[in-house]
Design a protein around this ligand. Structure first.
Ligand code: DO4
Ligand code: MG
Length: 285
């Protein structure tokens, strides 16, 4: 089952169950207005199944705008979890290649802060490339939706927009390469009630369109992630609390060739087979 946040015209955000026919069951009709109240409670699946069977008003996708499912959660990201990412980081790096090599094999994963919740970009809204960077890429990643107790309660799609030249110049510039205006998009829906084994069978695809032409496409499998999800979450929650829960991007396994950089106007389409499609247009910020 998939759940989402959406807006009808300029009204307040609502919460819904995304049904297979692409309509949305509007849960505001039964007073449910936040995803957290659904996801962080007890018996989430039974509750959602009962709501899905009830006679709630339906909204068509044409009459709503989907809103990011990040409500009040910090967004964090894991890095160098795929071999492909390790190679790309080592290639782009002037003198820190060994750091990436070591972290891929180390017990402790690389985890970094990615976004405040209020800065997360919704589906169809602009993602940014920095004015002072010349080598920019999207990073298509499976995102774990985690409850305050550290349980994985769902999965969504994340785009960890990155400036490769800034990170490559010096690893200490990572926060500037990763955290800037419009650098993190998450959505469009949260898939609940999927096991890690099921999620590991999903395909991740990235397509970049420029003036109607596909200028890059790539694909990987969630199963290529080196670490288990529980290991990543366990490290994230060490000596830390998340009263609203957290969202954790699990790393990229798709890297465009080294001569590729995003341009303003490009359309970034990230799909994950068990979840859906996250689409954003690039702007310079
Ligand atoms: O080490 C830098 C970040 C790598 C990353 O974001 C990724 O592997 O997805
Ligand atoms: Mg990443």
């Amino acid at each position: 089952m998939k759940i989402c946040r959406f807006r009808v015209r300029e009204e307040q955000c609502r919460v819904g169950i995304f049904s297979e026919d692409s309509s949305i069951l509007d849960l505001s009709a039964v007073g449910i207005n936040t995803l957290s109240s659904l996801l962080h409670g007890e018996d989430v699946i039974q509750r959602l199944n009962a709501l899905a069977r009830s006679d709630l008003p339906r909204r068509s996708l044409q009459e709503v705008a989907l809103v990011t499912p990040v409500e009040g959660q910090e967004v964090w990201a894991a890095g160098v979890t795929y071999l492909r990412s390790k190679k790309a980081r080592m290639d782009e790096s002037d003198f820190s290649a060994g750091a990436y090599d070591r972290v891929y094999a180390a017990d402790r994963p690389e985890l970094f802060f990615k976004s405040l919740p209020e800065k997360v970009v919704s589906p169809d809204q602009p993602v940014g490339i920095r004015k002072d960077a010349r080598w920019n890429v999207p990073e298509p990643e499976l995102a774990l939706v985690i409850s305050p107790r550290g349980e994985i309660v769902g999965y969504t799609i994340g785009n960890d927009m990155s400036s490769r030249d800034i990170e490559g110049e010096n690893t200490l510039y990572l926060p500037q390469a990763k955290v800037y205006l419009h650098s993190c998009a998450v959505g469009p829906v949260v898939k609940v009630a999927a096991s890690e084994a099921e999620a590991r069978s999903w395909r991740i695809q990235l397509q970049i369109e420029r003036a109607g032409q596909t200028v890059f496409q790539g694909e990987t499998s969630v199963g290529q992630i080196k670490r288990s999800f529980s290991e990543l979450v366990q490290y994230l929650f060490r000596s830390q609390t998340f009263p609203n829960g957290a969202v954790l991007l699990t790393g990229t396994g798709i890297v465009p060739p080294d001569d590729f950089s995003l341009r303003p106007g490009d359309e970034v389409r990230i799909s994950i087979s068990g979840i859906g499609l996250l689409r954003n247009i690039v702007v310079e910020v």
